[in-house]
Design a protein around this ligand. Structure first.
Ligand code: ACO
Length: 326
């Protein structure tokens, strides 16, 4: 017997840093406000001409190296992103070409910050069904390209980066143990890009009112996040008949330190088991969880057989959690 699990992991963030002090020069804000309200100190942003698929490519190369594989070993590519290179075709197709994974099926999934967890559920189901063997799953975002740099309530929050995993067969008692996921489209209005789609194509007016960028009701998303993070984590543990004490590492979506702190308190998990890197990168949406997981693995925080809980939430509204036995 076998199970689907992570065979290799890698991540990449662009070189260019934007600190809170840089933001002070761009919008009416302060390092003090951003630090106390969010925990974020700096974030990375792409250079001109650097696309989401380029970030995905760098992370993918590292994940392949970690899995001791070459692009020829991959038989399916999934990219989770809310900041695709273009509205169509899928960013996964650009990645497929750049990697040279000849003819393999490639597609994107759209689940905002929950994208990596949604994507992992797809990859897991494919491997367990035997339909595909080695799947490259990437969370990649150039959020700096879709935020309004004149809107202080959003531009301070986000950052760019990518995290990739190769999902394939592992021994039966290891790997991805299960999922709990959900969505509530009645909350779509709280976090969206209002224009540019079929229901509201871009016109001079939409561009003038900057509706082609992310708009967010921060306090609504905050309340939703605090409620769902705790609930979905408890649900997945219950489903898998695990206790909080069985979890060795918690890798939460990196949106706001106050959201993480509140979930940690409600879950009653030791803080030294919690991975936090949002101070360095801000919210990288679908890339946040795989980048944080990669950093935890590479810094030796994950040992053989450890149980890792990943949990995320975001636009949609969407949410999800999974437990991986390493
Ligand atoms: N600098 C200074 N002041 C600011 C800034 C800023 N950058 N942004 C907002 N303010 C002001 C507001 O105008 C407001 O002023 P007012 O009281 O005079 O009206 C005041 O600060 C307080 O604003 P709040 O929105 O109440 O601040 P809050 O404590 O809720 O923090 C924040 C705002 C950080 C956005 C918080 O609500 C949050 O993190 N929400 C969740 C966001 C999130 O996680 N989004 C991502 C979801 S994942 C995905 O799918 C992408």
């Amino acid at each position: 017997g076998f199970n689907a699990g992570i065979l290799g992991i890698g991540s990449y963030v662009p070189e260019k840093k934007v600190t809170n002090f840089d933001l002070e020069k761009m919008v009416e804000t302060s390092d003090e406000w951003i630090t106390t309200r969010t925990g974020i100190k700096e974030r990375r942003v792409v250079e001109e001409g650097q696309h989401t698929s380029d970030l995905a490519l760098e992370a993918s190369k590292k994940a392949l190296e970690d899995a001791k594989m070459t692009p020829e070993d991959i038989d399916l590519i999934i990219v989770a992103t809310m900041s695709p290179d273009l509205p169509t075709p899928a960013t996964a197709c650009f990645l497929q070409d750049k990697l040279g994974c000849t003819d393999v099926p490639s597609f994107d999934i759209s689940a905002a910050c929950s994208g990596f967890i949604y994507g992992l559920s797809i990859a897991t189901a494919y491997v367990n069904s035997g339909l595909y063997k080695n799947i490259l799953l990437v969370g990649a975002e150039a959020m700096s390209r879709i935020v309004d740099w004149t809107d202080r309530s959003t531009c301070i929050l986000f950052g760019d980066g990518a995290g990739a995993v190769v999902v394939g067969k592992v021994p039966e008692d290891r790997g991805v143990l299960g999922f709990e996921m959900g969505s509530d489209g009645s909350g779509a209005k709280h976090l969206l890009i209002p224009s540019g789609g079929v229901s509201n194509p871009n016109t001079e007016e939409t561009l003038e009112s900057r509706e082609n960028y992310i708009k967010m009701d921060g306090s609504e998303v905050f309340k939703f996040a605090v409620r769902r993070m705790d609930q979905v984590s408890k649900n997945v543990l219950e489903k898998l008949e695990l206790e909080v004490e069985d979890i060795d590492l918690l890798v939460p979506h990196q949106a706001n330190i106050r959201i993480i702190d509140s979930a940690v308190k409600k879950l009653k998990i030791d803080y030294d088991k919690v991975v936090v890197n949002l101070d360095k990168y801000g919210n990288m949406s679908a890339a946040s969880i795989p980048v944080a997981l990669d950093e935890a693995v590479k810094s030796g925080r994950v040992s053989d057989g450890d149980k890792v809980l990943i949990v995320g939430f975001g636009g949609g509204l969407t949410w999800g959690a999974s437990v991986i036995s390493w």
